[in-house]
Design a binder for this molecule. Structure first.
Ligand code: SAM
Length: 442
């Protein structure tokens, strides 16, 4: 039985009244398990129980060992807590035509993979301040497979270099995590009124730091996974009054159990099947600095048009393919200038689609290419493997493929590409990224 801090109980009871007892009981039950399916795999249905507010969201009856499911590593679904999938409904209702999207606090990538799914033609800049977490974010977004993507590892204040650039900014803020108490014992142990206060100040700071990057009239979606007012309604009041924004509302009449608090939408585990969550949407009314015209000296990037891998993605004419002597990569034509502009201003871990890496005289196909939704499968042979071989491959062990074609070959499981090997006939070199490999024993 989880013991909650007494002051947490008092403060949450002040918000919920007698209903607090129901919350307390719900927090003693196991959390629901939910996943969201990638539309790159139409027809995959992991269960019969839908998350009401997400097209691709499903509840599972029990928690499988996700690590040992190759489909997870192929980016066919993402394990995401159900309440936070409500971002989908907010975007659908308020920002369905967003073009340039910043997810400021994005790791490990739940909201970003959802944004990428909902707005596949928009340019998504998915940012994370903590380097190790940014690497995981990049991994999850590469697996998701959309090409109009930048993954950056920057502090919110670094976005002063991109004034007025974004028309949608999502801030899923670091918070005290009260809504995650039944999933994360650490959140219970770390909880204190002083920590709540500190989180609230940090939220105001990071919102202030990134505010200039949002265009006037642009939409901000702010969320946390905590219950207290300081980090929720008071943060919204700060955005409205100090930064300059008007509150937007979402029609929740189709969904039972969500509570509108006057400034945002509250999700309680005793009312809905999900964890504690808060989400609010605002429109920026204050003036933004005018976007700097994308003047840039791309000579610094040392790029030339590529001569190989030019048909690696489909449709080929939707991409410009570059070679910088180390990497061959593709940028969606639609976002070519924007992505180059961002590469010159941010610390980008991913920018467009990496196609190949030069090693000596050889060009080795990149993992991002294998997982891209736009991979031209006619250009690269694939070989289907069984579950045991797929898992050995994902552990980065040697697998033998005597019947597969020689050279660079895609390893496929149930028709989904997992990555590359270089097949030499009697043996093959496993090219699965070293730092992504499964470390669990089979
Ligand atoms: N949006 C993510 C998702 O859906 O998977 C979860 C984001 S998590 C709630 C908050 C993130 O903010 C963490 O990855 C954390 O490293 C990052 N963070 C911590 N301090 C920060 C700061 N001062 N500025 C910006 N981000 C920060």
């Amino acid at each position: 039985m989880i013991q909650f801090p007494e002051l947490f109980e008092q403060r949450t009871r002040a918000i919920l009244g007698d209903e607090y007892t129901l919350l307390q009981e719900a927090l003693q039950t196991p959390p629901p398990v939910s996943v969201r399916v990638n539309s790159k795999q139409s027809g995959y249905q992991p269960s019969l129980t839908k998350v009401p507010w997400s097209k691709g969201g499903y509840y599972l009856d029990q928690r499988p060992v996700f690590t040992l499911d190759p489909l997870l590593h192929a980016g066919i679904y993402y394990v995401q807590e159900a309440s936070s999938m409500f971002l989908e409904e907010v975007v659908r209702q308020l920002a369905p035509d967003a073009h340039r999207v910043l997810d400021l606090c994005a790791a490990p990538g739940g909201k970003s993979t959802l944004l990428s799914e909902l707005l596949p033609d928009a340019l998504l800049v998915s940012n994370e301040i903590v380097r190790s977490r940014a690497m995981i974010l990049a991994e999850n977004l590469i697996k998701w497979g959309n090409p109009s993507l930048v993954v950056s590892n920057n502090a919110p204040s670094d976005f002063r270099a991109t004034p007025g650039f974004f028309d949608l900014m999502v801030v899923d803020a670091p918070c005290s995590g009260e809504g995650m108490f039944r999933k994360d014992e650490g959140a219970v142990a770390e909880w204190s009124p002083a920590n709540v206060q500190q989180c609230s100040l940090r939220q105001q700071q990071l919102l202030t730091d990134a505010w200039d990057a949002l265009a006037e009239g642009g939409i901000l979606i702010y969320s946390t996974c905590t219950f207290n007012r300081e980090e929720n309604e008071e943060s919204v009041a700060f955005i409205r009054e100090q930064l300059g924004a008007e509150l937007l509302t979402v029609d929740i009449s189709a969904f039972e159990g969500i509570v509108f608090s006057g400034s945002g939408y509250r999700f309680y585990p005793h009312r809905i099947q999900g964890e504690g969550f808060f989400i609010a949407a605002l429109r920026k009314t204050s003036t933004a600095p005018s976007p700097n015209r994308m003047k840039m000296d791309i000579r610094k990037l040392n790029l030339k048009p590529a001569t190989q891998f030019t048909n690696a993605l489909v449709p080929a004419d939707a991409f410009r393919v570059y070679d910088d002597n180390t990497l061959v990569f593709a940028l969606p034509r639609q976002w070519n200038d924007e992505i180059l502009f961002l590469r010159l201003r941010l610390n980008c871990l991913v920018a467009g689609v990496q196609l190949a890496e030069r090693k000596g005289n050889d060009l080795i196909p990149a993992h991002q290419l294998a997982l891209s939704k736009n991979l031209n499968t006619e250009q690269f042979s694939g070989t289907e493997v069984d579950l045991t071989t797929a898992l050995l491959y994902l552990k980065r062990e040697a697998i033998s493929l005597p019947d597969a074609p020689k050279g660079y070959v895609r390893i496929c499981y149930n028709g989904h590409t997992l990555g590359w090997v270089k097949n030499l006939g009697n043996r093959s070199n496993n090219l699965y990224p070293q730092h992504w490999r499964i470390r669990m024993n089979l």
